[in-house]
Design a protein around this ligand. Structure first.
Ligand code: ATP
Length: 237
């Protein structure tokens, strides 16, 4: 479904991504793991058209989208939930969800139905539907950011560090929901995480990124039982 080949991305003279290739097949949850500054967010931003690579290609559903506009990429069903859960603080939960639906043509009539689906998946959001998003807890804001992405009916959902800054019990809740989205909605997921332990519990496969290069690609079980991975990424969590 997603094929990234030889991707190189620079910020001015600094090379953040140094020739990354990865694939995500339909129906999979793939984890992209790596320490702070390894280039994970840059890879997602390059895939979703927010930054342009200097070399390499991105194809989605067999179509080359390397130079496609970010909004057109969204229309194709490739949805990116950026780091830091950017919700519209001064709008209610429901209004935030309505905004997530604006992209698809002719989908307005389906908006109410989709909001009901999101509330079904996130009962905490349903309870707080009239609340201003800015007053939600961090975990609830992350749920809202994911819920808003679901309103655009993603074929591939790219999540950038959904566990960031959240209490362990909320991380477990969010990870369960991500698994649900994959199983119930048949949505393919590319999950960027520093919390390797949480990510490898639900991912089918994982890539390890170190300073702009992929250094390992394995099944989640293989990564979990790899001593180097355990030492570098699993010990601290
Ligand atoms: P984190 O988990 O901390 O977000 P990451 O793996 O997502 O890390 P990136 O945010 O992709 O890493 O950053 C990769 C490298 O590119 C880092 O060295 C970072 O300092 C640099 N970088 C990121 N954004 C910019 C920018 N806008 N301008 C210059 N350098 C940048």
């Amino acid at each position: 479904m997603l094929e990234v080949n030889g991707l190189k991305t620079y910020y001015g003279k600094i090379q953040a991504v140094k020739g990354v290739s990865l694939t995500v097949k339909q129906g999979e949850i793939v984890a992209l793991l790596g320490a702070n500054g390894a280039g994970k967010s840059t890879i997602l931003k390059t895939i979703s058209g927010l930054i342009r690579p200097s070399e390499g290609s991105v194809s989605f559903g067999g179509e080359n989208i390397t130079t496609t506009d970010a909004h057109a990429i969204v229309e194709k069903g490739l949805i990116h939930v950026p780091e830091g859960r950017r919700v519209f603080a001064a709008l209610t939960v429901t209004e935030n969800l309505e905004l997530g639906a604006f992209t698809k043509k002719g989908a307005k009539s389906k908006t109410a139905q989709k909001i009901a689906m999101v509330f079904d998946m996130f009962p905490r959001l349903a309870e707080r539907h009239k609340q201003m998003a800015g007053t939600l807890s961090g975990g609830e804001q992350q749920m809202l950011a994911i819920g808003r992405a679901l309103m655009a009916e993603p074929k591939l959902l790219m999540l950038d560090e959904p566990s960031m800054g959240l209490a362990p019990i909320i991380v477990i809740e969010i990870m369960k929901i991500i698994k649900n989205i994959n199983e119930q909605n048949k949505t393919t997921i590319l999950l960027v995480e520093q919390n390797a332990k949480a990510a490898l519990k639900l991912a089918h496969r994982g890539y390890v990124l170190e300073t702009g290069n992929i250094t390992m690609e394995e099944s989640s079980e293989a990564l979990r039982s790899n001593d180097n991975i355990v030492k570098a990424y699993l010990g601290a969590h």
